[in-house]
Design a protein around this ligand. Structure first.
Ligand code: CA
Length: 220
């Protein structure tokens, strides 16, 4: 059974019953990921479906993912992209991406995915140095939280005007409003949320969805 801390279980079950269409291959990857001890990092299926919808709504072709884990969100993205679409996927843990790769291949979307193993900040820096600034239509940020503000700053440089950044876990199980919680991850998320609120280069919406999902559009 899926759970969401923001909403009542019955209404959540209902929402999934009447709205979720998760392909079998996605379901299989999710099931395999659930066996890992880090499985809580997996995004819920309705979030994958929203990402896919957003990608198609803006007609995204060139996308970037910061934090792949086992490639579940990656697979939703690649399936939503057109045949000539591409996704540059940043991850430092090769064991996790090895799992994802098997499913990307099985789903016939591996050719759209350009996996960059290593530190994401370095990958983003390389992209900026190699003329990728302002070329991405869509960017999903869901990696280590301590570096999130830096990921956001570079992502905004890489995003085209009118493009969309989606940031996961911006409510962090509600810890953001608990002043006694001062660990580096929670503090970094609070800082990012404040930064986004005062950033006049963007328009934003913080959705009370999944674990808090912030949509950022770069103004034209
Ligand atoms: Ca996440």
């Amino acid at each position: 059974m899926f759970k969401n801390w923001l909403i009542d279980q019955d209404i959540y079950n209902y929402v999934l019953t009447v709205s979720l269409h998760e392909q079998e291959i996605l379901c299989q990857l999710r099931e395999e990921t659930k066996k890992l001890k880090e499985s809580a990092m997996l995004i819920p299926p309705e979030e994958g479906q929203l990402i896919a919808l957003l990608i198609q709504l803006i007609g995204a072709k060139k996308t970037l993912e910061i934090g792949v884990f086992t490639g579940y969100s990656t697979l939703w993205t690649a399936l939503a992209l057109p045949q000539d679409g591409c996704l540059i996927a940043c991850e430092r843990n090769e064991q996790w991406t090895t799992i994802g790769k098997r499913y990307w291949e099985k789903a016939g979307v591996n050719h759209k995915i350009d996996l960059r193993l290593g530190e994401a900040l370095q990958t983003l820096e390389n992209l900026l140095e190699n003329s990728h600034a302002e070329t991405f239509d869509f960017i999903f940020i869901d990696a280590d939280k301590e570096n999130e503000l830096e990921y956001y700053k570079k992502a905004l440089q890489l995003l085209r005007p009118g493009g969309l950044i989606v940031i996961d876990n911006t409510l962090w199980s509600g810890l953001v409003i608990n002043p006694t919680v001062q660990d580096p991850e929670t503090t970094a998320i609070r800082m990012l949320n404040q930064k986004l609120y005062s950033d006049d280069r963007i328009q934003l919406s913080l959705l009370t969805f999944a674990d808090g999902l912030t949509l950022v559009r770069k103004k034209l």
